[in-house]
Design a binder for this molecule. Sequence first.
Ligand SMILES: [Zn+2]
Length: 140
Amino acid sequence: MGKRAQRNRLVQCYLCRHRFEVGARAMTVSCPECHKPLLVQDVVVKTLQAVKKLQTCGSLVVQKKGRVIADLVEAHGGIEVIGTLHAKSVRGSRVRITRTANWKGDCHASSVQIEPGATVEGGYFHVPDRELGVEDLLET
Ligand SMILES: [Zn+2]
């Protein structure tokens, strides 16, 4: 670890929408408002991950051999799908569905990029959808 000063970053609780600062390297925190444990780190899925909910204040990358099967997927820092993502509902800021991706599920996002060759098996795309209200938290 270097001696570079760590800047805090602003996150938004995905349960109660309260905003607060966390350390740059924080992975999990308790929300100061609803006191629930929150995932704030960036998530990279490399294998099968079958869960009810996959939520993070960070970003989500589903790698080529990664498969996410879930009811709800929410990532405030953006979502990139290179492998498979099947969910009833996906909520992200920016969503990128690459040419090797296999996507199924409703999508609520401020923007979506679908590369030619990507497989979208189904889903209703609500775009732009700014219900999450996290766009101003994105760094770029
Ligand atoms: Zn909260």
